[in-house]
Design a protein around this ligand. Sequence first.
Ligand code: B12
Ligand code: SF4
Ligand code: SF4
Length: 548
Amino acid sequence: MTLTRAVKDEALRLGFALVGVTTPAPPPHLSAFENWLSMGRHASMNYMRDPRRRDPLLVLPGCKSILVLAVRYPNPGKVSQDENPPAAGRVAAYAWGDDYHLVLPDRLKQLVVFIETLAGNSFQHRCTTDSAPLLERDLAQRAGLGWIGKNTCLIHPTMGSYFLLAEILLGIELEADQPFTADRCGRCTRCISACPTGCILPDRTLDARRCLSYLTIENRQEIPVNLRRRMGNRIFGCDICQQVCPWNRFADQEYDPLFKPRNTLSSPELRSELSLSPQDFDRKFTGSPILRSKRRGYLRNVAVALGNSRDCSAVPDLEKALHDPEPLVHEHAGWALEQIRSGERKQDQIMNKILLATNNPGKILEIKALLVDLSFALLTPADLGLVLEVPEDGESYADNSAKKAVAFARVSGLTALGDDSGLEVDALGGLPGLHSHRFSPDPDASDADRRKYLLERLSDKPRPWTARFRATVAIALPSGEVRLATGECEGEIVPVERGSNGFGYDPIFLIPGLGRTMAELGMNEKNRLSHRALAVRNAIPILKELLD
Ligand code: B12
Ligand code: SF4
Ligand code: SF4
C-alpha cells in the first residue's frame, strides 16, 4: 500500500469524513478572492488581508503537500428540534456543540504521529482548522473533496455541506488528488433566493457586510438597522443558504460525535439568554464557538431577536437590559422595545386581520375568493412591505404550512395563514413529498421534468395508479399557537397529459367522478373541489373561533 493510501485510511479510521491531498500551489481561484478584498466585501475582517493567504508556501516554507480533511456536524434540517418554541433563538448548527478550533487539533496531531511513524522520520508540518491564513475551500475543491456551490460553501455529493474543514501542511510529498471540477449546482438558485439579506453574489462569493453569519458572529459593532428585521430569531450564525440546498436535503445524516449538540444550544430561550451575567456567559459557553461573539455581541443579537419576536412578555427583560453596562446591548434593547411597542400599537389596529403567508399571486387570489364571506380583512405580505422566505424543508405538508404561518405571524404580529400541499401516490407508498422540489433526484429539474420522473417511477406498477392531493392549512397566532386544517381530493394518475395549462401535477391528476384532470377544472369547480379549497374551508371555523 502506498504512503498516501495508508494516510487516507488512517484519517478515515480516526473519524474524518473526507480526506484528499493537494499541492501547495497558490489557490486556484485567487482572483475571485482578490476582487472580494478590493471591493471591501470582507467587512471588518482585516485578518483576511494577510498576504500569506495567497500562497501556502508562505504559511509553511518547505511544504510539499497539503492534506485536506472534513468533519461533519449535525444537519439542522434533520435533527429533531422544536422548530419555533415561543421566543427561542436559533443558533447555527456548527455551533451546537464544542468549538472545532478546540477539538480538532488533537485528531490532526494523531494523524501526524501516524504519518511520522510510517515515514520513519519527523518532518516539518502545520495543523490548522481555520487557524492559519489559507483559502480552505479553494484548497478542498482542488483536493477533490467537493465543489464550491453558489452559496459559496464546499459541497460533497453525498454528504452535503454540513462539515468543517481542516488541513495538515506537510514537509513530505503525498500523491495529489484530482480537483473536483464538476459544478453540481446546475441552474438551481435556491440559496440566492432564500438568503434573507440578498448578499450572495454571482461569482461564488458573498458580501460579508450583509451576511447574517458575519453580522452575528464576527461583527463587533451595531447590527445595521435596515438588516435587523432580517435576522428573525438568528442569534449566532446563519444556515439558511445551506438549509435550502437540495444537496443537504438528500445527504445522509451522520455527524461526528465530536460535535454532539449540547442541551438547548440549538434554540435557547431568548429571555433567559438576555439576563446572562458576564460570569454566566463564560460558564455557559466555555468551549463553545459562541464565546467568539463575546457576551456583548451575543446579547446584542438576542435583543434584536426579541424585538423581532414581538413578544410582550419580554418587555421587563429588555427594560432591564437598557441599563446593561455594554452600550451595544442597551442600544439594541432599546430598538427591540420599540419594535414590541410599535407592534402593540399595530396590534390594536389589526384585530380581525389575517395575513396570508404566501407571495404567490395565484394562491392569494384563490384563498381570498374562498374567504370572501368572512368579516376579517385579508392582508398579503406585500401589503405590509414584508419580504420573508421560509424554506419548505419540513418532513410533511403540516410541517411546512406551520413553519410558514408561524414565521409570518411572528414577524407581522398578525394571525397568519400558511398552506402547503402536494400529491401522494399509493403505488409509491403514498409518501408526502411526491411533488414540486421535494420529489426529484435532480435539484434542478423543472416541473415538467418532475412529472416525467414520477411517471417513469410508476411505469412498471399495476394500474390504476390511485392518488390524492393533500393540502394542509396552518393558522398561527403571534404567540406561536398553531392550528391545522386539512383537505384532500381522491383521484387517479393518467399517464398521458390531458391539458397543457395547469401547474405541476395538475394535468395528470384525474378526478374519476368527473372524468377530468385537475388542470381541466374551471375556477369555480376548483374552488369547490380542490384539496386546497377543502382545507381552507375547514380552516374557517378555526379562524372564527380564534378571531371572532
Ligand atoms: C471569512 C469566513 C467567513 C465569512 C465570509 C464567508 C465567505 N463566504 O467568504 C463569514 C463570517 C460570513 C462566514 C460565514 C460562514 N462560514 Co466561514 N469562513 C471564513 C474563512 C475564515 C475564510 C473564507 C474566505 O476565504 N472567504 C473569502 C472568499 C472570497 O473565499 P471563499 O468564500 O472560500 O470563496 C472562494 C470561492 O468562491 C472560489 N471561487 C470563486 N469563483 C469560483 C468559481 C468556481 C467554478 C469555483 C470552483 C470556485 C470559485 O474562490 C474563492 C477564493 O478562494 C473560512 C476559513 C478559511 N480559512 O478558509 C471559514 C469557512 C469558509 N467558514 C465555514 C463555515 C462553516 C461558515 C458558516 C456555515 C457558519 C454559519 N453557519 O454561520 C457560514 C457560511 C456562510 C457562507 N455562505 O459562506 C467553513 C466552511 C465549510 C464548508 N463546507 O464550506 C470554513 C471553511 C471554516 C472551516 N475551517 O471549516 N465565514
Ligand atoms: S449565511 Fe445567511 S445571510 Fe449569509 S449568505 Fe447564507 S443565507 Fe445569506
Ligand atoms: S442551493 Fe442550489 S445553487 Fe445554492 S449551493 Fe445548493 S445546489 Fe448550488
